[in-house]
Design a protein. Structure first.
Length: 218
């Protein structure tokens, strides 16, 4: 029952969260960091409502969100308006450890790369949800999406812990209810609208990082 996993004051609609990702894009196809981070915040809230077994995941996500917020609120905050301006600024100033860990263990470029890799997981998972049927299991969809994306960047122990957390995911009917979007048909339609824009945000970031050889920041 959805009521068991989410109290009334936490209730929100996943559509709004996914809309935040859509609002990341500027007219010049840059990716706004404020909205990107707000999107992750919403997703973390959603994940927290699913139970405390996910808290090791949300802790790491919150930590990375906070690093980005701190840059944004810091004295060089205007350079962190978009992913594009951040990459330019940090590279020009030599603020990124590109090949090995050194003086900048928490650069904006490195931190955002972790979230970016997780966005690929989200894209794959949502696509599976969208095309799933009643008999499909959320835990299987989630772990398949994970294995195709984030898992390759995680050591064994994290993969193991993630796998155990996935098993605690509620089944598809409850999961859809908690999303609070409406009927399963409406969920599918909403995902169909949201996914192309999430993919675009992912691809723009991926191309930018690839051009600057930033995809392997340790
Ligand atoms: C709802 C299901 C939730 C499944 C979440 C799937 C992602 C699994 C990620 C497991 C990460 C475990 C935590 C540790 C991570 C770090 O080691 C690792 C590397 O960081 P480092 O280089 O600084 O050391 N961090 C990361 O890769 C970043 C992970 C960020 C994960 C954010 C996950 C938010 C998930 C939101 C779920 C919302 C689902 C909505 C679907 C309708």
């Amino acid at each position: 029952m959805a009521g068991a996993v989410m109290s009334e004051d936490q209730k929100f609609c996943l559509r709004e969260v996914l809309d935040t990702f859509q609002s990341c894009l500027t007219e010049n196809k840059e990716v706004r960091i404020d909205q990107y981070v707000a999107g992750w915040r919403g997703l973390v809230r959603f994940m927290n409502s699913l139970g405390s077994v996910f808290s090791f995941i949300s802790k790491d996500a919150v930590n990375k969100i906070q690093i980005m917020v701190n840059y944004r609120n810091g004295e060089n905050g205007e350079h962190y308006a978009t992913v594009q301006s951040m990459v330019k600024y940090e590279l020009d100033k030599g603020l990124v450890d590109i090949t090995k860990r050194g003086s900048f263990p928490e650069s904006g470029c490195r931190t955002l790369l972790r979230l970016h890799r997780a966005l690929r997981w989200l894209e794959l998972f949502l696509e599976r949800l969208r095309t799933s049927t009643e008999v499909d299991k959320t835990s299987v969809m989630c772990s398949e999406a994970y294995n195709e994306s984030l898992a390759q960047f995680h050591p064994w122990i994290i993969r193991k812990a993630a796998g155990m957390a996935f098993c605690a995911l509620p089944g598809r009917p409850t999961f859809f209810e908690v999303m609070n979007v409406g009927t399963p048909e409406q969920v599918v339609a909403m995902l169909g609208d949201a996914l192309p824009l999430i993919s675009e945000v992912y691809q723009l970031t991926q191309d930018l990082y690839s051009q600057h050889n930033l995809l392997d920041i340790p």
